[in-house]
Design a protein around this ligand. Sequence first.
Ligand code: SF4
Length: 193
Amino acid sequence: MEKPCARSLEELREACRQCRACGLAATRQNVVFGEGNSRAKIFLLGEAPGAREDESGRPFVGRAGELLSRLLWQAGLERGDLFITGSIKCRPPRNRNPRRAEMAACRPVLNQQLDLIRPRIIVCLGLVAAQNLLGPGVRMGDVRGQWFQYRGYRVYPTYHPAAVLRHTVSAGLIIEDFRTVKKALSSAWQPPQ
Ligand code: SF4
């Protein structure tokens, strides 16, 4: 999908289903476009679909998805109020990380999702999402819990819930970050026109 020009999220979703802009189209079962509130103030950006997501066509299902819903709830956020998607929409074989060329190929979809939804804040879940928006050289330890900009949108990176399942990060840190994001929504900042 080189030049998406959808006028609505549904139109973009349909175009995305047909997308063959990178090699992942050959091995996917489903395009995982994303889901949630089309007027969400918070846009959660993950990595890439895994096996369960590829089967179901939905983002963040399975253990990491259940944990994500719980962490959001503990921070006073409802999953259904947000929009959730990945940095790429098709599953990489054997769950490898997305390649830079694949993320570049999928960027027009992401950019148009943002411009149709116009969220107040993009939360990057994990390093792949942070590197996708902020540059390939960033390290999670340097950017987590700090504010950045991407095409005029405020960006706040935190850890991926899978890191909690791997016991490399405590759930409390992600909850703390979600609470910060919730608090930031009450500031006067508006998305770009
Ligand atoms: S990952 Fe993105 S660019 Fe590649 S085929 Fe899927 S929708 Fe198209």
